[in-house]
Design a protein around this ligand. Structure first.
Ligand code: NAD
Length: 482
């Protein structure tokens, strides 16, 4: 694996960032991987000044699409290297990072196709004029991403933003900039004009803040925690700047009384413990029917206890290390708090002695849905089992959350699935499956889980400004003045 040089991409040039050094650590071993000097506020300004490239926006859609298609090919060419780099920097299992790299390539191709087939609307005529609705690039947009799936979340912002004709300032999370920098090299190799994309690693409070406040940045697409989203939203309100926000979650996974135990248990374990629970859509509140509670609890505990903990690079690892030792300690402290709240720990619940930032799959019970453990995001491999008595009780508890990101339903009854799916407040509902993603399907969060919609064909429009054009058809002057 090639560890990238200590250079960041600013305004089309690779150079050492003007900010403090960030040490990237392999969380499976605790060993240093690379040092990347963060961007400074000056770097952010240089990047923003250079990022509007009129020649890119002036290309015809199919010409921009050809370049984006090539980015997809290059990601595929370097897939093994990118997956390994992301595994070493984030700890994630290789089988997951391979899927994330494939998803990034597919995202660039999808937005190339969406761009090439995008249509301008001639709206219905209501007078002696033709009316058109057209879309134009915003200019320069900011993309701020978290550490849990860098290459996929970077691609989901960069691809539609470039497709729309914008320049992009990408700020990856401070602990995991390496794969974002590697992706930027491929974007340039594909032929995207150099100053159009900058990658600005660093802390949220310095680099992220400078990016959001920069007067030339006309939109911010943010993925991260709800409190950070709120802070960005306040600045955006001052600037009257559009933002899209993909934020946190505390998603209910619901087992109905008629569910297949085999299917539901496998799906629930995947929904909460894959990515070591570091997933916004982790199904962390597990609702079980009171009548089958003991049966499902025992199956889930047996299944969770069998999951294989190990380094991300090992082919059979199911539960890899957490992203940093600090995050592992935070998860451990939240499980201790759950104990203080009265939780019974059914499995896991203690830091293992191994060298990496590991935390085992942990299941809790005995807490009400109103407890802090059930209301606040843990972002680790920790699920809480909650009994319910009937459908109304279930929906009331599932919706009793500030979040509304995702929901899973396990049932053999399609009428029940439909009823619950429509009553639960969640941007995505999975029925008899979980944590499946398609770039062609919109993604959004309800309540404090988000603002705006990502993905889907219309994802490009989120990076454009709408304009209406009226074409007069009368030969003579307007009657009032004439
Ligand atoms: P975070 O909010 O701490 O950081 C996310 C990004 O925002 C990082 O790049 C960070 O440096 C930056 N940032 C922090 N403060 C900032 C500020 N004041 N101004 C500008 N930028 C700032 O989140 P995290 O800990 O990196 O990621 C975990 C969170 O992300 C969880 O809450 C998770 O649910 C959420 N998430 C949501 C989705 C989704 O699609 N809804 C996907 C992945 C992660």
């Amino acid at each position: 694996m090639t560890v990238p040089a200590d250079e960041i991409l600013v305004a089309g040039r690779w150079r050492r960032g003007g900010g403090a050094p960030l040490e990237c650590v392999d969380p499976a071993t605790g060993e240093p991987l690379a040092v990347v000097h963060a961007a400074s506020a000056r770097d952010v300004d240089d990047a923003a000044q250079a990022a509007a490239v009129p020649e890119w926006a002036a290309l015809l859609p199919h010409e921009r699409a050809r370049v984006l298609m090539r980015v997809g090919d290059l990601i595929e060419r370097d897939a093994d290297e990118l997956a390994l780099l992301q595994t070493r920097n984030t700890g994630k299992a290789l089988r997951e990072t391979r899927a994330l790299v494939a998803s990034a390539a597919a995202t660039f191709r999808f937005y190339a196709a969406a761009l090439e087939t995008m249509e301008t609307a001639l709206t219905p005529q209501r007078g002696p004029y033709l009316t058109m609705s057209v879309y134009e690039p915003i200019g320069v947009v900011g993309a701020i991403t978290p550490w849990n799936s860098p290459i996929a979340s970077d691609a989901q912002k960069i691809a539609p933003a470039l497709a729309a004709g914008n320049g992009v300032l990408l700020k990856p999370a401070e602990a995991t900039p390496l794969v974002s920098l590697a992706l930027a090299r491929l974007v340039l190799e594909a032929g995207v004009p150099a100053p159009l994309l900058s990658v600005l690693p660093g802390s949220g409070s310095v680099v992220g803040d400078a990016l959001v406040r920069h007067p030339l940045v006309g939109k911010v697409a943010f993925t991260g925690g709800t409190s950070t989203g709120r802070a960005i939203g306040r600045i955006a309100a001052e600037k009257i700047m559009p933002v899209t926000m993909e934020l946190g979650g505390k998603s209910p996974t619901i087992v109905c009384p008629d569910a297949s135990a085999e299917q539901a248990v496998a799906g629930i374990l995947y929904g909460i413990f894959s990515s070591t629970g570091q997933s916004c859509i982790a199904g962390s509140r597990i609702f079980l029917p009171a009548a089958r509670y003991d049966e499902f609890r025992d199956l889930l505990v047996a299944g969770a206890s069998r999951l294989r903990l190990g380094p991300g690079v090992a082919g059979d690892t199911q539960v890899a290390p957490l992203v940093t030792f600090a995050h592992r300690d935070r998860v451990a402290a939240l499980v201790d708090r759950a104990r203080e709240e009265g939780a019974r720990v059914l499995c896991g619940g203690a830091v293992p002695s191994s060298a990496g930032a590991y935390y085992p799959p942990t299941l809790l019970e005995g807490l009400p849905n109103t407890s802090k453990t059930c209301q606040e995001e843990i972002f680790g491999p920790v699920g809480v089992l909650l009994p319910y008595v009937d459908e109304d009780d279930l929906v009331r508890q599932a919706n009793d959350s500030v979040y509304g990101l995702a929901c899973g339903i396990w049932t053999a009854d399609y009428r029940r699935a439909w009823r619950i799916a429509r009553r639960v407040e969640a941007g995505t509902v999975w029925i008899n499956t979980y944590k499946q993603f398609s770039i062609s399907t919109p993604f959004s969060g309800m309540k404090e889980s988000g603002l705006g919609v990502d993905k889907g064909r219309d994802g490009i429009l989120g990076y454009m400004r709408q304009k209406s054009v009226y074409w007069g058809l009368d030969e003579g002057p307007l009657p009032w003045a004439g």
